[in-house]
Design a protein around this ligand. Structure first.
Ligand code: ARG
Ligand code: GLU
Length: 707
């Protein structure tokens, strides 16, 4: 084991940069990258980024909820994140009388700030390598299952020990490099988080799904919260008596703006990447999974759109559902295209051949082939899983029926819960869309999934009804779930009625089939793959070390796993296609060019038009006299980096990350410096919006500005 640990410690040790801008680095080990960062323009030290002895930038960055990032910008706990990260909270406080999504919301004093049940933010107290503790008791002859047990029990004990002093401490043990290394992360979690402000969606979601994943972009994707604490500044549940949290560190804001080539760095919580996949894994994603999932979603989006165009009411009801279907749909298109363009599969294959020759006679011999054959075993099951997830699992009626069914089968029937669930479900439900999707998705399933993976229930239904549309008709007209009145009248004794409902039976039969016939096979193969990848990862590092020395090792950063990371790069335009060049920043002028009251996504608030006409920009304009809106850079980011601070070479805040360009979304698997760009909101647009559009300039008084 010792040897492995040294190898990995070395792996992260940096000398000269080979892969410019690629990488999501562990902050506690940033001293190994700091020289490269400084060479590229950064003017601070490793201790300024991460320190456990003094306040450092890490103390100004939080995990916002369970999937976004936020940053502190005042000594009184003021926090910035994206509009799409605070969306749920903004929506919760909205009603017909106060539509904060539509009109925006600004607390004009502390008493008006709105508490949010269930929302937390977590500060990383510290992180440390705990590999030896977690693998204490491990021997090579253990099975994967035994090893997993050991890791679980050692982690549990370590977590209990490290959170013993209470006070909102939360800890996790995370595996890095496929379980070659383990890190402990200790967080302090605050739960009294209040909404301070949000721009209207016409600013915060400007461009909607039309512009999502795209450049040039003009979205003012931000919202503002404040962290509250007990009198001792420690986490406390919501109370009127809580006081604004005093951070150890908060960001100073720079109004200097950005120019092509400027150094930037992103500090945040990227969710998931798979940079070390075997070519067979990449091939499956790029050539099979993505194209099929894209095609299935294209069909669903088409059906939704057809109905949305027919009525304003349906458009509103399906706008959020449509957005979430479209988000991944667009990302996968960029991913599949990017992987093709980069020839990732053949590049990886060439590497694997070289690796295999090198591995001859070592413990890594045959590993590449073994992973390939595990993928072959897995593929039909992954394919069936993808189809199940994108067809049967997307039927809204069936999902709702299953949810109600679970309430009965868990013995937890509650009338008020049922009413709540129904209100949620029926508010945004339109059965004709769901029914048409049902027929289309089942048709796709039957056509494209081999018969061996047709559940008996599916075969029987087709033989009874003859075809999918007759089946759909029968299911939707016989189910009680298409009739809100009957569902809401259900009582404690309604179990039989629910369990015999065709929508419930549909969901239940598919899920039993999946649990009995698909999942166990996947779980077995995944366990073996995990073991093989652990060896392969180690092997790749040893290979690089023996072939390229230290320089070869330095490209091994751990895959993202929603832990705090540093990514750095520079402001940079790109050329998405022959004959096209994109500049790296956008401005208010571009918003006016897109402005169109007829198009929902591009209809801006009148106030913004008036300000543009009067050019009343205050101090927020850039050198060219325009209000800057967004910019792009080469930082390596992924989902979870939403809301992350974008920081300049002096360590000051210049923007908020919120997206990537679609041509670069393959960076979750392979990073191409020519196409991979993160998209950030310029901090000056945030301040302009607060000051000039919202009239909430009092908030600026608590912020600090670099001149
Ligand atoms: N594409 C961004 C992120 O993944 C933003 C998504 C929210 N915005 C939207 N228009 N749907 O996840
Ligand atoms: N919008 C994404 C998020 O919610 C960030 C975009 C990306 O995947 O890079 O985290």
């Amino acid at each position: 084991m010792k040897r492995i640990i040294t190898t990995i410690a070395l792996a992260i040790a940096a000398s000269a940069a080979l892969h410019a801008d690629e990488g999501m680095w562990l902050p506690s080990l940033i001293s190994q990258r700091i020289q490269d960062m400084q060479d590229k323009g950064f003017r601070l030290n490793a201790e300024d980024i991460y320190s456990i002895n003094q306040a450092s930038l890490k103390d100004a960055v939080v995990l916002f909820g369970r999937g976004c990032t936020g940053e502190l910008i005042s000594p009184e706990g003021l926090l910035l994140t994206n509009h799409h990260c605070g969306y749920g909270q903004i929506q919760q406080h909205s009603s017909v009388e106060h539509d904060y999504l539509k009109d925006g919301f600004w607390a004009m004093n502390r008493d008006e700030e709105l508490p949010n049940k269930g929302l937390t933010v977590s500060f990383l107290e510290r992180m440390e390598d705990v590999t030896t503790i977690i693998l204490n008791g491990y021997s090579e002859c253990m099975s994967e299952a035994q090893r997993a047990e050991l890791v679980k029990s050692n982690s549990k004990k370590l977590i209990e020990d490290s959170t013993a002093d209470g006070q909102g401490l939360r800890a996790t043990v995370e595996s890095l490099y496929y379980g070659n290394q383990y890190f402990l992360f200790i967080y302090r979690e605050y739960s009294d988080i209040r909404l301070v402000g949000a721009p209207p969606s016409a600013v915060g979601k400007f461009g909607g799904d039309t512009d999502n994943w795209m450049w040039p972009r003009h979205t003012g994707d931000f919202s503002m919260f404040r962290i509250y604490a007990g009198k001792d500044n420690m986490p406390a549940p919501y109370s009127k008596d809580n006081i604004p949290y005093k951070p150890k560190k908060y960001f100073t804001i720079s109004l200097k703006g950005v120019e092509e080539g400027d150094f930037t760095f992103i500090y945040g919580f990227p969710g998931r990447t798979q940079e070390y996949l075997h070519s067979s894994g990449v091939r499956y994603i790029g050539e099979i999974s993505d194209p099929h999932k894209i095609r299935l979603r294209t069909i669903r989006l088409g059906i939704q759109k057809k109905y949305m165009q027919q009525s304003q009411d349906i458009r509103i009801r399906y706008s959020s559902k449509n957005a979430s279907v479209a988000n991944a749909w667009k990302k996968w298109q960029g991913e599949a295209k990017g992987l093709r363009k980069m020839n990732t599969v053949s590049t990886k294959r060439r590497f694997e051949e070289k690796f295999s020759r090198w591995a001859c006679g070592s413990r890594y011999e045959g590993l590449v082939g073994r992973i390939d054959s595990l993928y072959r075993e897995l593929e039909p099951y992954s394919y069936a899983t993808d189809y199940y997830a994108e067809t049967a699992r997307t039927i809204e009626l069936a999902n709702f029926a299953a949810k109600v069914g679970r309430m009965y089968s868990d013995g937890k029937f509650s009338k008020s819960r049922l009413e709540e669930m129904s209100a949620d479900f029926y508010r945004d439900y339109y059965a004709p869309i769901d029914m048409e999707c049902f027929a289309a998705m089942m048709d796709e399933y039957l056509r494209n999934v081999p018969e061996q993976f047709h559940p008996d229930y599916l075969k029987n239904s087709i033989s009874v009804y003859g075809n999918v549309s007759v089946w759909a008709d029968s299911l939707f007209s016989n189910s009680i779930f298409t009739r809100r009145g009957i569902v809401e009248a259900l009582e404690e004794d309604g179990a039989e009625q629910v369990f015999s409902d065709p929508a419930y039976i549909f969901a239940d039969s598919f899920s039993k089939w999946y649990a009995d016939e698909i999942w166990p096979r996947i779980a077995d193969t995944e366990r073996e793959l995990q073991l093989a990848y652990r060896d392969y990862m180690r092997g790749m590092m040893e290979y690089e070390e023996s072939v390229n020395g230290k320089q070869g090792l330095e490209k091994f950063y751990p895959d993202a796993n929603l832990t705090l990371r540093v990514a750095y790069g520079n402001i940079s335009g790109y050329s998405p296609a022959d004959g096209v060049i994109y500049e790296p920043s956008s401005s208010l002028k571009g918003i006016m060019e897109k402005d169109n009251p007829e198009i929902f996504d591009y209809n801006i608030p009148q106030r913004l038009r008036d300000i543009y006409a009067s050019k009343d920009y205050g101090k927020w304009a850039g050198k060219d006299g325009e209000i800057p809106v967004c910019f792009i850079a080469t930082n390596h980011t992924t989902g979870g980096n939403s809301g992350s601070p974008v920081i300049n070479s002096d360590g000051n805040l210049i923007g908020i990350n919120f997206d990537r360009v679609w041509e670069g979304t393959m960076s979750d698997i392979a990073f191409d410096p020519d196409f991979c760009r993160n998209i950030a909101l310029d901090i000056r647009y945030v301040l302009f919006t607060i000051d000039k559009v919202a009239g909430a300039g009092h908030l600026l008084d608590e912020m600090s500005f670099a001149e």
